[in-house]
Write a protein that binds this ligand. Structure first.
Ligand code: UD1
Length: 417
């Protein structure tokens, strides 16, 4: 077991380079299995979720060739076998193999996926979409069997603009007969990245990035290439670090439009930053204005940045509000922030955060990926030393986080315990 130990209060300067988006990569890797032959995915982040997906891809008898952040997946010998519980529980995104294998082979058998403990995380919308395309499913314990004699294009209106359901229905529909239209589709930028990959393979999909996606079924997809877009959540996390501790801290490799909601909020708070090409340069802002933040689907303020943002709000000049609206349980970090000295009233998913708190280092536990990132941020500004336990959550989604932060002057290390 390992823990992260941080000595807080140090100014950070230099450059942090953003990697490929976790939430794109975890869909692009399964998507490669839709094609016949070899696909190349560039800019794949070095995170443990990637490794968990690689194990599933290998279990399905595909070859993976890795050269740094570029991977090649060869599906020539693909075998559509049961995905075991041991493999699927390692990450939530294992659910993408449902859409992919159902789409390609009209049959998939796997266990219910795992992931962070941020809510009940049902997959009813995915299953409803598969059903609309003509599939039937049975569930024995945690094992799902989903199959169809034939998949036929359909009009599907999602009850909620779910990222996972939108992508999974695209996967299942890509080989379906005729036209599928997804109404109230999720608009997240990662979905455009997935559409581009599928279209490079020969799919006929349009509308990703809007709330209506149209998929005209095809009969063959060939291996193709794609580059993972920059991780807007990783970028946002380091941007928030810069707002608290930066001295010309450069966060490089971003697409600023993907973080528009964050920049709008930073403007409201009076954070000092400037853009330079594909980078943003940040400086510690002494008088942060308190604000009200409500997480929303894209292009609203991302739920994945709510927890790191709550740490910034502990330093504002007054009382801020933070409300989570997407997940039922994205509040696990608050007790630890309180333990460090933050004054926060938590009422369900709403928090009132009192500013100008003096945070002091102590022993704390990550309870989920983004909550863990929030604790790192808190430890970086705290007085003294903080030890963070259960860090596997963090390593699932932030590549080389220790190296990236120590490189700009943070006193952070990984310790074996
Ligand atoms: C993705 C992201 C995650 C992000 C979330 C919302 C990945 C791997 N993860 O998760 O980082 O926080 O989008 O931006 O891309 N829901 C249902 N039924 C379903 C599916 C979802 O009720 O079948 C509900 C969920 O419980 C949740 C909400 O819809 O309350 C959002 O879920 P969804 O957009 O599907 O999130 P994920 O794709 O799992």
């Amino acid at each position: 077991m390992e823990r992260i130990v941080i000595d807080g209060g140090h100014t950070l300067s230099g450059t942090i380079t953003i990697g490929g988006a976790k939430n794109s990569a975890v869909a692009l890797i399964p998507a490669a299995l839709l094609a016949d032959g070899v696909s190349t995915i560039e800019n794949v982040p070095n995170i443990t979720d990637r490794d968990a997906l690689f194990d599933i891809v290998k279990h399905l008898n595909c070859d993976i060739n890795q050269n740094g952040s570029e991977i090649k997946i060869d599906t020539t010998n693909l075998k559509n076998v049961l995905i075991t519980q041991e493999l699927s529980v390692r990450l939530r995104a294992s659910y993408y193999f449902m859409g992919v294998l159902l789409g390609k082979y009209k049959r998939v058998e796997m266990y219910f996926p795992g992931g962070c403990n941020i809510g009940s995380r049902p997959i009813d919308l995915h299953l409803k979409g598969f059903k609309a395309l003509g599939a039937k499913f049975t569930k024995r314990g945690h094992k799902y069997t989903i199959k169809a004699d034939e998949l036929k294009g359909a009009e599907i209106t999602l009850d909620f603009a779910s990222v996972g359901a939108t992508i999974n229905i695209m996967f299942a529909a890509v080989y379906a007969k005729g036209r599928t239209i997804i109404h109230n589709a999720a608009k997240e930028v990662e979905i455009v990245n997935i559409m581009d990959f599928l279209n490079n393979m020969g799919a006929k999909i349009s509308g990703a990035g809007t709330d209506t996606i149209i998929i005209d079924g095809v009969t063959k997809l060939n291996g193709a290439s794609v580059k993972v877009i920059p991780d807007r959540i990783e970028a946002g996390t380091y941007i928030l670090v810069g707002a608290l501790l930066g001295k010309d801290l450069k966060v490089e490799g971003i697409v600023k439009e993907h973080n528009q909601a964050l920049f709008d909020k930073l403007n409201e708070m009076g954070v000092k930053y400037k853009f330079e090409g594909n980078a943003v340069i940040l400086n510690k802002t002494d008088k942060l204005k308190p604000v009200s933040v409500i997480t929303q689907v894209y292009p609203g303020f991302p739920t994945d940045l709510g927890q790191p943002m709550s740490v910034v709000l502990t330093q504002a000049e007054g009382i801020s509000k933070m409300e989570e609206t997407i997940w039922e349980n994205r509040v696990g970090h608050y007790p630890y922030l309180q333990k460090m000295g933050a004054k926060i009233d938590v009422d369900g998913l709403k928090a009132t955060i009192y500013g100008k708190a003096k945070l002091v280092g102590t022993e704390i536990h990550a309870t989920d990926l983004r909550g863990g990132a929030a604790l790192i941020l808190a430890a970086l500004i705290a007085e003294g030393t903080t030890s963070i336990y259960d860090i596997d959550y963090i390593l699932r989604g932030y590549e080389n986080i220790i190296h990236k932060l120590s490189n700009v002057g943070a006193k952070i290390k990984l310790e074996e315990i």
